[in-house]
Design a protein around this ligand. Structure first.
Ligand code: SF4
Length: 347
């Protein structure tokens, strides 16, 4: 157990007990944990499927121990990602343990999960029973043939659609659907997804394509920008802006003039939100990534493997987070692709 003094006692040690903050003064409250980099899909904007890079995945108990240390340092939200997290059989057990944790303010953790939805139809009730309250499903087309071309898995559309409906029946709310827009692949899906949001009562979020793929597919021209997306949506029905849910929310939120449906646009390329970034990531092999576009990993699991205590882990985390990058440099002359691709980082 980490020795962190109680926060509100006076006088308190402002250095020892301050919550995780980076050198730019940003509070770090969100941790994304990738629990595997295996995936059942080979989405064209993510995996070439032949990079040959294979990383390890840790025993579930190790993610839990690391999560506990992060929570004791001020983490309030944990998102489980991958690869495809539903491929880990012990996922419900991990969710159960995480949902029992409390933040430094004594509140339940905000638990979230991102999945490709392929196994969701059968897993949704178990995830709900294990303590998950909401879920995000990646889906890049509402056209079965187009979706199969993007995922490179036949029949994937029907599986994911059934998974989304099963998640709603199981009481996971909200169900968010993330669509990465890629020019030449699925920019014609913007209006169909607007209808989908209204008909299925799910929150649809469009994401600008980022240079995180294994292949060299990304160019500035391949990005479908926030401005293009809103223009297409306004052509369908007038958009109405919604206030952000939190200061560090990455999506720009909208509904339509009749209040039916909700759309979010995550625009890291044309409308970066690094200034209020509150996230750090743990990769499936136990490395800290302070930014999606980091050029380096920080081997937290190495500390644990060498017999480090929870306090040793806390010191390593605090030092690493302090070094967090100010922002990404996408589109700038000195931009370097990150040292890992998305499937090996986790969303
Ligand atoms: S690019 Fe890095 S700093 Fe910017 S929002 Fe993403 S993780 Fe945060």
């Amino acid at each position: 157990m980490v020795t962190v003094p109680a926060l509100c006692e006076k006088p308190h040690d402002a250095v020892r007990c301050k919550r995780l903050t980076d050198r730019h003064g940003r509070r770090i409250t969100d941790l994304r944990i990738s629990i595997t980099d295996r995936c059942s899909y080979k989405c064209v904007y993510c995996r070439t499927g032949n990079d040959g890079a294979v990383y390890a995945e840790l025993p579930i108990a190790e993610y839990l121990r690391i999560a506990r240390v992060f929570v004791a340092l001020g983490i309030e939200k944990i998102r489980l990602t991958g690869g495809e997290p539903l491929l880990r059989r012990e996922l419900p057990e991990l969710l159960r343990e995480l949902s029992a944790l409390r933040t430094l303010d004594g509140e339940p953790l905000d638990l979230a999960l991102t999945t490709n939805g392929h196994l969701l139809e059968e897993m949704a009730p178990r995830l709900r029973d294990a303590g998950l309250s909401r879920i995000t499903v990646s889906m890049d087309a509402v056209d079965a043939e187009k979706f199969a071309r993007i995922t490179r898995v036949p029949g994937s559309y029907q599986r994911v659609l059934s998974g989304i409906r099963a998640a709603k029946r199981a009481g996971l709310d909200p169900v968010k659907v993330n669509c990465v827009l890629l020019r030449g692949f699925n920019e014609d899906q913007i209006v169909p997804f607007a209808r989908f949001s209204r008909e299925e009562d799910v929150i649809v979020r469009f994401i600008e394509f980022m240079p995180l793929e294994e292949d060299r597919l990304w160019t500035p021209e391949s990005v479908v920008s926030l401005r293009e997306i809103t223009s297409a949506l306004n052509g369908f029905r007038p958009l109405v802006s919604l206030a952000p849910n939190t200061a560090s929310e990455t999506a720009v939120r909208y509904t339509f003039d009749d209040g039916v449906g909700e759309i979010g646009i995550i625009a890291p390329v044309t409308q970066a939100f690094c200034g209020h970034c509150s996230r750090v990531r743990l990769t499936s092999d136990g490395k800290i990534r302070t930014c999606l576009f980091s050029q380096s990993d920080h081997d937290l699991y190495g500390v644990l493997e060498r017999g480090g205590s929870d306090d040793d882990l806390a010191v390593f985390i605090r030092r690493t987070v302090e070094q967090k990058e100010a922002r990404h440099h996408i589109g700038e002359p000195d931009f370097l692709k990150p040292s890992r691709s998305m499937v090996h980082i986790g969303g």
